[in-house]
Design a protein around this ligand. Structure first.
Ligand code: ADP
Length: 264
């Protein structure tokens, strides 16, 4: 897309003592950015409106037909709490995304032992895994693997990836969190973390769009699992902030592997 600007400059050229100047500016990027902003606002509004509409409906029912029905009231209040929690998670994820996007140019400086870090990440998701009968395995080298990073953000990356494997893999799957600094495919100065599940997998047509904000393979399932559709977008920005790379491989029956490469 081009913006055309036509100006008349008096005093130069031959036409009536002046010249016409035409300039073309490529505004494709500017247009794309404003389209993305509009899409984002539309998505956020939609995501907030869904639980809000449910809340308004239940308030109405509680003030009307269900006013004197104690059992119905209890059930409705529980659903309302779930919807309010969902809005809270969405706002939390929006704030996280906003923070990591604005920090993207600032490199984190803290040194940490990634192996120990992954062990504590895995501990924190144990209750979620137990509830779904999912087994967790940690594979880390014996010696410390030092990387420079932001501990909270790295914890968020691996928690998100492991929780996704638990949420979407299906019941009784095995989720492995594996750290390697010796893989021949990896540059000497990099470490590789993989989150591997043997669950339901993702149809390859979805893979290129997986880290887009609000992109879900199955919207109903994501909502049911408490997803906001922002998890992998946050993960991608944190990995970028650490000058890392991420890739995903998946096949419908074998499960999914997310790989994060971080510089040392
Ligand atoms: P959500 O908040 O919906 O979990 P994410 O951005 O974290 O959003 O993930 C995007 C989508 O990718 C999910 O809705 C889910 O469909 C799919 N997904 C992510 N990880 C896995 C996995 N390990 N196995 C199967 N599907 C996955």
């Amino acid at each position: 897309t081009f913006e055309v600007c036509l100006r008349y400059i008096p005093g130069i050229g031959a036409v009536n003592g002046g010249a016409a100047l035409v300039s073309l500016t490529d505004i494709t990027e500017r247009e794309q950015a404003s389209q993305m902003r509009r899409d984002f606002v539309a998505n956020v509004s939609h995501e907030l409106r869904t639980p809000l509409t449910a809340l308004m409906g239940f308030i109405e029912t509680l003030r009307g037909p269900a006013r004197d029905d104690a059992t119905a009231r209890e059930r409705f209040l529980e659903i309302m709490q779930g919807e309010a929690n969902r809005m809270n998670r969405l706002v939390g994820d929006l704030l996280s995304l906003n923070r990591v996007e604005s920090e993207e140019r600032v490199r984190p400086r803290e040194q940490l032992d990634l192996g120990a870090h992954l062990a504590s990440t895995l501990k924190s998701v144990e209750p979620v895994a137990q509830a779904k009968e999912v087994s967790l395995a940690l594979e880390v080298p014996q010696t410390p693997t030092l990387v420079t990073g932001d501990p909270d953000q790295l914890q968020q990356v691996f928690t998100n990836l492991v929780e996704n494997a638990i949420k979407y893999g299906g019941n009784q799957v095995l989720v492995r969190l594996s750290l390697s600094d010796r893989d021949p495919a990896v540059r000497a100065a990099a470490v590789r973390v993989q989150v591997i599940d043997n669950g339901a997998g993702i149809d390859p047509i979805h893979l290129p769009r997986l880290t887009e904000r609000f992109y879900r393979v199955d919207t109903h399932r994501s909502r049911e699992q408490g997803g906001t559709g922002l998890g992998l977008a946050i993960v991608k920005h944190i990995v970028n902030r650490h000058r890392g790379r991420m890739r995903v491989e998946s096949s419908a029956d074998k499960g999914t592997t997310f790989t994060v490469i971080l510089p040392r």
